[in-house]
Structures are given as C-alpha cells and as structure tokens.
Design a binder for this molecule. Structure first.
Ligand SMILES: *Cc1c(COP(=O)(O)O)cnc(C)c1O
Length: 219
C-alpha cells in the first residue's frame, strides 16, 4: 500500500473545488505522517479520543475533521483544535459545542448531518427536523458556532441508482437551504462521498469527499 501514490491518484481524479478529507480512523500515526509528507493537510477521524491522540502527535498545521457521531460529553476534548465537525444532528449538540467554543474563545465550524439513507441505523436529521432546527430562535443566539454546510451518507449498497438518488436528494436539500443566511449560518460545503462512491457524489454536487480505504488500505 503506497499512501502517497494513492493520494496523488485520487487527487488527479477530483476537481480542484472539491476538498479531500483523508479518513485515517484506526490507522497508525506512521500512516498519517506518510500522507502528511505527501502534502495532505486535512484528516478525518470518527472517534474523539483517537483524533485527540493523533492531534497531539502530529504537526500543528493539520485541519482535523470529526466525521463520526458526536457524544455531547466528549465534545470538550476536541474543542481546542477541531476544524470542522461533520456529524452534528441536534440543537442540543450545537448548544454544547457553542458553550465550549465560547470558553475557548473560538468559533467552531459545523456541518449538519442529514439522513438520506434507507437504513435507519445512520444518524442525521430528516428534512422536517432540519427546518425546525434552522428556524429555532435559540440557534441565532449561538455566537461561537458556524453552520457551514451539510453532510450525508448514502445507503451501504451496490445499487448505484439508489446511491445516486440519495445524493441528489441531499443536493436538492442543500440547494433549497442555500439562500438562507444568518450570522452563524451559510451553507457552502456539501460533504458526501467515500471511497466507494465519491465519483458519483461529485457528479451529484459534492464539494467535500471523505476517503479512507482508497488512501490507507482496508481497515
Ligand atoms: C469511515 C468513514 C468514511 C471513509 O470510508 P471509506 O470507505 O474507507 O472511504 C467516510 N465517512 C464516514 C462518516 C466514515 O465513518
């Protein structure tokens, strides 16, 4: 597995306006260093504790993205350094992120996770919950967070037509809400696509892909 080669291959296939998040969960720091030395500066992890351990050991010009489900009681460990939290799916969690970010005198960027898959195992807001969250008066009072986009995961299936349908659904939700702009809300990023489906995701309008196994090998 040549990490630098994999990275350059993937970069050659994604347009420059698409951000590549290298998903390094479960992989040792040595692998991350290889990617770093090949120029990669954005890493995604799905466990706060693992991300924090890696943050401590890695160069400080890395942007760390939390791509997994976030438990409120662990938010505090990543607030000093996290660059983008992808999996935010409740007002309660936003409130906690805002509270801790204020303590650290930071503004923390977040994506709202939308439920687009058929399986009900995946986290995320449905459209009604999204609208309720965005309409909330309390949200407007959060001065230390910024909602900068949406994130979603397609159903785990070989059925390309279904995956495409789900990505296009998320893209249409994104486009619908894009005109909304407040002091802490402006949708710019659409995070969708992983190793198996990122090309399709980009065709459907993704601006941020989260790629793990195609860079670092299977887990
Ligand atoms: C693990 C993970 C990825 C990367 O998956 P690969 O198939 O290895 O590219 C992307 N997004 C999320 C939310 C993940 O948990």
């Amino acid at each position: 597995m040549n990490i630098a080669e994999n990275l350059s291959l993937i970069k050659s296939t994604i347009p420059t306006h698409v951000t590549l998040v290298a998903v390094s969960k479960t992989k040792p720091v040595a692998d991350l260093i290889e990617a770093y030395n090949a120029g990669q500066r954005i890493f995604g992890e799905n466990k706060i504790q693992e991300m924090t351990e890696k943050w401590e050991q890695m160069p400080k010009d890395i942007q760390w993205h939390m791509i997994g489900h976030v438990q409120s009681n662990k938010v505090k460990y990543m607030i000093p350094y996290v660059s983008l939290i992808h999996g935010v799916d409740s007002l309660k969690l936003l409130k906690e992120i805002n509270r801790l970010a204020a303590k650290w005198k930071r503004t923390v960027d977040c994506l709202l996770q939308i439920h687009i898959a058929e399986e009900d195992t995946k986290f995320g807001l449905d459209e009604k919950e999204l609208d309720e969250l965005l309409a909330s008066e309390e949200l407007k009072t959060f001065q230390n967070i910024r909602i900068v986009g949406l994130m979603g995961m397609a159903t785990f299936t070989e059925n390309q037509a279904q995956i495409k349908r789900e990505f296009l659904h998320l893209k249409s939700i994104f486009d619908q809400h894009k005109p909304l702009e407040t002091s802490n809300l402006k949708l710019k990023a659409l995070s969708m696509g992983m190793s198996g489906d990122y090309q399709l995701a980009i065709e459907c309008g993704s601006t941020m892909v989260r790629i793990g196994s195609s860079i670092f090998g299977s887990r």
